[in-house]
Design a protein around this ligand. Structure first.
Ligand SMILES: Cc1ncc(COP(=O)(O)O)c(C=O)c1O
Length: 414
């Protein structure tokens, strides 16, 4: 049985009060809170196993290496990758996407095209835009409909035999809209394009199977899925990693660096996968935390996580719409979506509304959520975003709605 009330017991921070009120944490799309097991695993690592990895023969280094490699295996199995060799640890989703742009995207030429959508987080637009200026290829922007769903007809028209990459988010960080990745994958692959999926808002909240979805690259961040900050994942199909060039160079990513006297030059060969793409000392403790986070989520079951958040989102949609002067964005209840609800209240700026909610211990995000083109497309200056996770409850939604109702009444009187 999925029980958010017993789950809450595992999250020490949820016992805190803010401004005299129990915390209601609705900013999960920005980052999630951490369960005790993740905090303990990281503490244990520093107290018992800390050493650098892949270098020394001593016991602590062996233990740290084992934990680090085990973390790759746990993540590989979480997303159903073929093996841990397809899982590269990076800093976050942003770095994972930049790695793809540098290592594979920098081969693009003026005849090539890349398609991104207008619903992307800046981290899946700006790297491609920057690269397009260097490499002179055409960057195309796939349209989004007024309800925040992807315009598939536009996508179909835009992808041609010139398209090399299709870069799309799995779930919108503004509206919670879930894109049909299987459909996009078919379209991309029929045109010999590679598909990069930004999984920052899907991997933490729903089952993600890289094989079933047919993705070539998948990027996501540990900190949004109960794990620590400073570690994220790039999944890539093995053949791509084998033929791709690294974008960071140094220790850990090389097998041999041999000075050849008669050439006056080095002979260099890259390390095995995935270490070829992990230069320098990695975030070992972060990997331990991420592994524990993944184990926690797997114990709950990702299908259960998804159903809980979807039901909470449907409930919140219904309740928030009752409030006078509130406008909710995104598709209606008939469309499947993750637990993210963007809204505005007439006559009040999004930051002011978020500050008012904070007075009651309610944490929401306000502004553009690093998705300015989407806000422009929806005709919005900014929005308030409530985003849910495994520990959020209907009572918390009710509490927010009560406060919004009071504010709305107050605004009417002025
Ligand atoms: C859809 C999406 N992509 C990318 C990112 C960037 O993630 P990070 O800041 O962890 O790199 C976010 C973060 O909010 C996001 O929601």
């Amino acid at each position: 049985m999925f029980d958010p009330y017993s789950i809450r017991e595992d999250f020490p921070i949820l016992r805190r009060t803010v401004n005299g009120h129990p915390i209601i944490y609705f900013d999960n799309a920005a980052t999630s809170q951490k369960p005790r097991s993740v905090i303990d695993a990281m503490k244990k690592f520093y107290e018992e196993n800390n050493a650098n990895i892949h270098r020394a023969v001593h016991t602590l280094s062996q233990e740290a290496t084992e934990l680090y490699e085990e973390a790759h295996k746990e993540v590989a199995s979480f997303i159903n990758a073929e093996s841990y060799e397809e899982v590269v640890f990076v800093k976050n989703t942003t770095e994972a996407i930049n790695l793809v742009a540098y290592s594979w995207g920098s081969r693009l030429n003026p005849d090539d095209e890349v398609s991104v959508t207008l619903m992307e987080h800046h981290s899946n637009i700006v790297p491609w835009w920057t690269l397009s200026k260097f490499r002179n290829f055409k960057l195309k922007y796939v349209d989004v409909k007024g309800d925040g769903t992807l315009n598939y007809e536009d996508l179909e028209q835009q992808i041609t035999e010139k398209t090399r990459f299709v870069c799309v988010t799995h779930v919108s960080n503004v509206t919670g809209v879930i894109n049909d990745i299987k459909r996009i994958s078919k379209l991309a692959h029929e045109n010999d394009a590679l598909l990069l999926v930004d999984g920052a808002q899907s991997a933490p909240h729903m089952p993600v199977d890289v094989k079933k979805l047919g993705v070539d690259f998948l990027a996501f961040s540990s900190h949004k899925m109960l794990g620590p900050t400073g570690i994220g994942v790039l999944y890539a199909r093995r053949e791509l990693l084998e033929e791709g060039e690294p974008f960071l160079f140094g220790g850990g990513m090389i097998k041999d660096v041999c000075y050849v006297q008669n050439k006056g030059d080095l002979d260099v060969s890259w390390n095995e996968l995935p270490w070829k793409f992990e230069a320098g000392t990695p975030n070992v403790c972060g990997a331990v935390g991420l592994m524990e986070a993944v184990r926690y989520l797997r114990r709950l079951g990702m299908e259960n996580v998804y159903i809980h958040e979807r039901n909470l989102a449907l409930y919140a949609l219904e309740r928030i719409e009752e409030v006078g002067g509130i406008r909710v964005y995104g598709p209606g209840k008939e469309t499947e979506r993750c637990g993210i609800i963007p809204f505005n209240m007439t006559g009040i700026d999004s930051h002011d509304l978020a500050l008012l909610l904070d007075q009651f211990g309610i944490m929401v995000r306000s502004g553009l959520h690093c998705a300015q083109p989407l806000h422009q497309r929806l005709g919005l200056k900014s929005s308030v975003r409530a985003s849910f996770y495994i520990y959020n409850t209907r009572e918390e939604v009710d509490r927010m709605v009560d406060i919004l109702n009071n504010l709305s009444e107050g605004l009417k009187r002025h």
